[in-house]
Design a protein around this ligand. Structure first.
Ligand code: PEP
Ligand code: CO
Length: 495
């Protein structure tokens, strides 16, 4: 259903619990309230998964993206499973994101900000409460954080909220240690694996890019240069902030690094004053200026509001308007133009650049009609150059084969990206990122790409329990194509 255009007040009192008085979509009916309360209480006691300093650093990076000085690569599984919390799966995703980002740095000549859809992407919105699997109707799989895929695990289990926390913690711990231990050492040669590329023209294009990158890295090694980008490789974490019980339990009032930074004084001077006698826990949004503290959702660095839960007067927008994290909003064919500005005003009343990422996902056939209107609404307002525009070319391009297999065509995905790049250029705005569903494994879930995956190939290694993901070759190919686009543009003189 299209979100309503009734406006949520950005000045009303906010606490991490005010969302509970609003209507809500996609909220699970927990079968056992006392079990839920017990799980939430325990979550509330757990240490934060991420720190405000990291969240603030990501926000500063996203400000650079919004202003056209960096590019955002965000990717990972559609539905992360607890089973993916193991060394190989995590390592292969990190390596893929890193390799793609090197290609994008080469093409864009800009820093690349990396965010994984990982270490918490366990909750899935569903269009229907039930689904048919192998001819049998059962409650829909809503992600490992609520129920299991197997038939006998379909009942919602609140203990899974705790399991989600622990799997996020283990995944994040390994990500941090792997990155700190040099998994991202760019001086090791990459395996570009271009053997599968059948088209000789494409093969030459990709090989040229790969060898140019390799040469540059060798040169840096020889002169013992360690540019900042190669020294500290960060991958931030993100997930859809769907389950507000979980997000609330991990939201904490913490000292704000932004309060200490010069940029914060700008917001401080514009922050509303508390009404006299107002209790500390019902302060107006963003009490940064008042106490040097802010509410951080410590479940991930970046959270986004999905396409099904961005109604202005509903619970998700209410919750997200009060936290200091950078947040994403999915924008699609059902987003009324007027809602877009109202959403920005509700979620980012102080116009912090980089605070909001608009993740556009229309479908290759619709983007040309819809994106320009959304761009104009934002760029002709006070939010000009304030948001990050990011293209999600996955979620508007899902289709079913005749055999009923959910898939996406590589060409549709690339087309939506290309169209978005073209339209942003025409409109004078900056497409600052891409948001992909991908995996580091050799799955066969999306059609096409240089391997030429056909419908008959889909059954070879189709392992997604939710949406089809790009495999590592398809994902890297997309990075090559986008990098090539930017590099050609650079040659024709555009900044
Ligand atoms: C997703 O990103 O996995 C998703 C469900 O997307 P959307 O909300 O855009 O449909
Ligand atoms: Co998805």
């Amino acid at each position: 259903m299209a979100p309503s255009s009734q406006q949520s007040s950005s000045t009303a009192a906010w606490t991490p619990a005010t969302w509970r008085s609003k209507p809500i979509k996609q909220s699970p009916a927990y079968p056992d309230e006392s079990k839920l309360q017990k799980a939430v209480k325990e979550l509330n006691r757990m240490p934060p998964l991420v720190h405000p300093t990291e969240i603030a650093a990501l926000k500063a990076n996203l400000r650079d993206v919004a202003q056209g000085n960096a590019f955002l690569l965000q990717g990972g599984d559609c539905a992360e499973l607890f089973d993916y919390c193991e060394q190989d799966a995590i390592e292969s995703k990190i390596k893929l994101l890193l390799q793609m980002s090197v290609v994008l740095i080469w093409g864009t000549n800009k820093r690349v900000v990396r965010i994984g859809r990982m270490a918490g992407q366990y909750a899935k919105p569903r269009s229907s409460p039930t689904e048919v699997v192998n001819g049998k109707e059962m409650p829909s799989f809503r992600g490992d954080i609520l129920n299991g895929y197997h038939e006998d695990e379909r009942e919602i289990d609140p203990n899974r909220l705790l399991k989600a926390y622990h799997h996020s913690a283990a995944t994040l711990n390994f990500m941090r240690s792997a990155l700190a231990s040099g998994i991202a050492d760019l001086h090791r040669p990459f395996d570009w694996g271009l053997g599968h590329v059948r088209d000789p023209g494409l093969k030459e294009k990709y090989s040229t890019i790969a060898s140019s990158i390799q040469q540059t890295l060798r040169f840096l090694q020889v002169i013992n240069a360690r540019p900042e980008e190669l020294q500290t490789v960060d991958i931030y974490t993100s997930h859809e902030g769907l389950l507000l019980e979980y997000e609330q339990a991990l939201t904490r009032l913490l000292d704000s690094p932004e309060a200490r930074s010069p940029a914060a004084s700008r917001f401080a001077s514009r922050a509303p004053s508390p009404p006299p006698g107002e209790a500390d826990d019902t302060l107006p949004v963003r009490n940064l200026a008042i106490h040097g503290q802010d509410y951080y959702d410590t479940s991930a660095h970046f959270l986004w509001i999905g396409d099904r839960t961005r109604q202005l007067d509903h619970a998700h927008v209410e919750f997200f308007r009060g936290i200091a994290n950078p947040i994403g909003v999915k924008v699609g064919p059902t987003t009324p133009v007027d809602d877009l500005l109202a959403l920005l005003r509700a979620l980012n009343p102080q116009c912090e650049p980089g605070k909001i990422t608009l993740i556009t996902r229309y479908g290759a056939g619709k983007v040309a009609d819809l994106l320009p209107k959304h761009i104009r609404a934002v760029e002709d307002s006070e939010y000009r150059r304030c948001v990050v525009w990011q293209c999600d070319p996955m979620h508007g391009n899902t289709l079913s084969t005749e055999a009923g297999i959910k898939t996406r065509r590589f060409n549709d995905i690339y087309k939506e990206l290309q169209e978005s790049l073209r339209i942003h250029k025409e409109q004078g705005s900056y497409l600052g990122g891409m948001h992909l569903e991908l995996t580091g494994d050799a799955v066969t879930e999306c059609l096409g790409g240089s391997e030429g995956l056909a419908e008959d190939d889909l059954s070879t290694n189709y392992t997604s329990f939710c949406d089809p993901r790009l495999n590592e070759k398809q994902a890297l190919e997309l990075a090559f194509l986008v990098a090539d686009h930017f590099s050609q543009e650079g040659k024709t003189g555009r900044k």
